[in-house]
Ligand binder design. Structure first.
Ligand code: N7H
Length: 473
């Protein structure tokens, strides 16, 4: 019972994004903004539209003989609003129940996410890029095959809202461009690991879910459906919307590589590079190829890594209370503990998030690699959708990632420690156990923070009906 013509496309099908621009804005003239928004709505790509685009892309690929087919010009546009934006439009969003959303990410950044900053409580100012310290009202997401197509689309959007003319209804706060990495790294994030392998499969939407974590009810991601804890409180305009978390995450790649090499694992017959690759895989929980270490703990298996029928089919079940195969604190075990909780009868459905990020910044240069020091900004425009930020992104970051005793500190001799990639730098004594498969209690001290948050906001991505009947009404 999902209306695929009503739900914005990025949420369930992911706008195809070789490149994606995020244009953050403030509403400067609420009345005119509403009128302009009516003209903008036809540009919004729905799930149905995105599925059609994906179908066209695959037909196009199949129809080309030899070589790589050129991409077909294609752009997808979505829009989302922060709590501040809805307030600027005089929309009472009190029933858009989600403490994190209603407070905004700046308020969350210190106490709940652990970002660096100054001050405390409501006067906390995160150590972010300047534009993100302002109240952002909304964001346009424009994804596509090339900068040309995306920029053209952005030109159309600006024209609709009068930007650059005499009567603009919004002002641009900042624009960030994300790009998939080149060549065979296009599906890999900047540390080199295959990304986008594991996302929740939605019952009733994903027709043939590959083996892996249990599919979730649509309400885990989409408001007003079974599985949304606040289903009964949702007003019609909220139904089939979703909360979007955006985080501007910089990655220090040469520093990470240097740490992994210096702390490489050692064993009979293992080369230095193999030892470094094994340590990296144990920090992430997957090899760079995507192969999960729960299935192939000591040797990469690229064929497994690229096989969707197998690369997510693991649950840490052989590992209850143990971390020989995969450290408790490895990134993918921390952020999705699978049977670690499910075997105790604890459902993790409400904690699932649909990740839709894209990389930004150039490849690491020779000079950076030689200096083992980052001098150009690069990282991940992290984005994820959920029906509750409080149970989704915020909970994962606060209660799992930043919590050294999760999971199993009570029942194992080893304290798991912190997620080595994304735990907060403000935490003291940053370390994790389980890194050496033969000595799980040995702890590895984390010297640095390789993922640095430099901005973000919480948004609501409304349905088409929500846009027409409430926000633009
Ligand atoms: Fe993470 N990385 O490259 O190491 N992530 N992540 N993430 N992440 C995942 O399964 C990465 C971040 C999740 O289902 C993979 O698609 C990096 C945040 C979740 O088993 C890799 C950054 C949050 C999963 C990375 C980053 C999460 C996941 C494996 C920041 C939420 C699915 C590939 C720059 C708070 C877990 C895959 C599952 C997987 C990386 C950020 C959450 C390789 C570099 C902020 C839920």
């Amino acid at each position: 019972n999902l209306d695929l013509n009503n739900i914005q496309g990025d949420i369930l099908s992911g706008l195809p994004k070789k490149t994606e621009t995020y244009l953050f804005f403030q509403i400067s003239d609420a009345k005119k903004f509403r009128t302009d928004l009516r003209n903008f709505i036809p540009l919004v790509k729905t799930v149905a539209g995105t599925l059609k685009d994906r179908d066209d892309i695959s037909k196009h690929k199949q129809g080309t003989v030899g070589g790589k087919p050129p991409l077909i010009p294609m752009a997808g546009v979505n829009i989302a609003f922060s709590h501040f934006g809805l307030k600027a439009l005089n929309i009472n969003d009190a029933n858009l129940v989600d403490t994190a959303f209603l407070g905004g990410q700046k308020l969350d950044a210190g106490a709940n996410l652990g970002d660096k900053g100054t001050g405390s409580g409501p006067s906390f100012v995160p150590d972010w890029e300047e534009p993100f310290k302002k109240d952002i009202h909304g964001v346009f997401l424009v994804a596509g095959d090339s900068h040309d197509t995306v920029n053209k689309k952005i030109g159309e959007i600006k024209q609709i809202f009068g930007v650059g003319g005499h009567t603009p209804s919004l002002t641009e706060v900042t624009t960030i461009v994300g790009d998939a990495r080149p060549g065979d790294q296009s599906a890999h994030e900047h540390f080199g690991y295959l990304d986008g392998v594991s996302n929740p499969q939605i019952i009733g939407f994903d027709k043939n879910p590959p083996p892996g974590p249990a599919p979730v009810r649509a309400g885990a991601i989409i408001l007003g459906k079974d599985g949304d804890a606040n289903k009964d409180k949702r007003e019609p305009w909220m139904v089939e919307g979703s909360f979007l978390v955006f985080r501007y995450l910089f990655q220090k790649v040469p520093e990470f590589d240097d740490f992994v090499f210096r702390n490489r694992l050692k064993g009979p017959g293992m080369t230095d590079q193999q030892g470094a690759d094994l340590l990296g895989a144990r920090l992430v929980g997957r090899w760079k190829s995507g192969a999960p270490i729960d299935l192939t703990p000591f040797k990469d298996d690229p064929e497994l890594g690229r096989d969707p029928q197998r690369n997510n089919n693991f649950h840490f079940t052989a590992e209850q209370n143990f971390q020989k195969l995969c450290p408790f604190a490895s990134h993918i075990r921390k952020t999705l503990p699978r049977a670690d909780l499910e075997s105790l009868g604890i459902s993790i459905e409400k904690n699932r998030i649909m990740r839709r990020g894209v990389q930004f910044g150039p490849e690491v240069t020779k000079a950076e690699r030689a200096a083992k020091k980052t001098s150009q900004g690069r990282g991940l425009l992290f984005a994820c959708y959920q029906s509750s930020i409080t149970d989704g992104f915020q909970f994962i970051q606060r209660s799992w990632v930043n919590n050294a005793t999760f999971p199993f500190a009570e029942t194992t001799p080893e304290v798991p420690g912190l997620d080595p990639l994304i735990s907060a730098s403000t935490l003291t004594d940053r370390k994790l156990s389980g890194i050496d498969p033969n000595n799980p209690s040995t702890e590895l001290k984390l010297e640095d923070q390789w993922v640095v948050p430099r901005g973000g906001e919480y948004f609501f991505t409304p349905s088409i009906k929500g846009l027409k009947e409430k926000i633009a009404a």
